[in-house]
Ligand binder design. Sequence first.
Ligand SMILES: [Zn+2]
Length: 414
Amino acid sequence: MRRATAANSVPFETSEACLRTRHAWLGLLAAASIAALAVTAVLSPAASAPLPREKPASLIAANALSRLEERRVTTTRILPSTDIGDLVSSGGERPVAEAAQSRFAAAPLPQPAPRERAETAAGAAPVARETASAIPANVSPSAVAKDLFGAMRSPAPLAARSIGSYAKGCVAGATALAVDGPSWQVMRLSRNRNWGHPELIDMLQRLAADAPSLGWNGLLVGDLAQPRGGPMTSGHASHQIGLDADIWLTPMPDRTLTRDERESMSAVSMLKGPSNLKDADRGVDPSKWSDARARLIRRAAQDPRVARIFAHPGIKQALCRFETGDRSWLRKVRPWWGHHYHFHVRIACPAGSVGCKDQNPPPPGDGCGKELAWWLSDEPWVPKKPAKPSKPAKKKHMTLAALPDACTQVLVAR
Ligand SMILES: [Zn+2]
């Protein structure tokens, strides 16, 4: 049975453009003070600069695209509580060379309600029954989930089902978005992240089919999910349950890109400049932004399956200015860090996905007023005082045990 919204399910987003960011901001909800904004800077081990660093608003290094950093803020003053993320530790990659890598504090993870657990274990008949006895002894509940899921090369041959929440779950029966379609091309093929719940694949195909009529040649598609979802070996903290997709804001060329080009091509930021400087203009650069992009995002937001779209506040501002008619779709477009050379589309839990946890809907309204003004101010971007010199934060990796029980079955299904 499809669950209603989990009260504590919150959006949190990853942002590729924050790759260079040395700080992650973690908003802590002060239990007693709902009016307080508590932001804690979390430094990467290599960090010494006080400010988040962004790529200049030019090109994003090709391979940098996947090395994301997530940031999240809880600010009950402006952002509604429904917009607080499901906190997870970074799915960031390990290599030492990646000095830009950042770390995130892990906040306590919301525990599934007892009923959810029961549903997950008992309700997911196709998953549980088929594989209950197939769990190899060497799969330890304390194993790092991203290593296990990141090693999966093929989907779990089970009925399609998204399990858990966007940043803590997995997907059974995922299908692949073809690497080439009539009006889309999948980028970064080496990552094998073009997998998702069939509903996500369908949504993307329809959006791609609509693109030419919107003045947009076609979609360059970034990461969806790993074949069985789960935490990723690098990058995003969400994209775990096959319901998230990144779409580039770079137009698709008229020709089919080679495999190499799909690895090395860069996406272009839509912004005038870095957002992390005091008094920065965080708006889009009119020479890069276009109404076709606005129409594309609008079309995505108008798909009833789409629950949220994450985009840089400068892009949200451009969308707010663009729409002169029905503004209801703007409610789904949520400002977030990064996301200025791609936007992130998230669909709601598909029918039949037992144990899939929707987020609360975005707050009412188009979000073009006070909330956007806050996002465009220095506050989310510029730390008030320099952060303390960092002690390397203990990186906590999500274990298999932290995921819904059914994800173990997804992992081992053959
Ligand atoms: Zn994304």
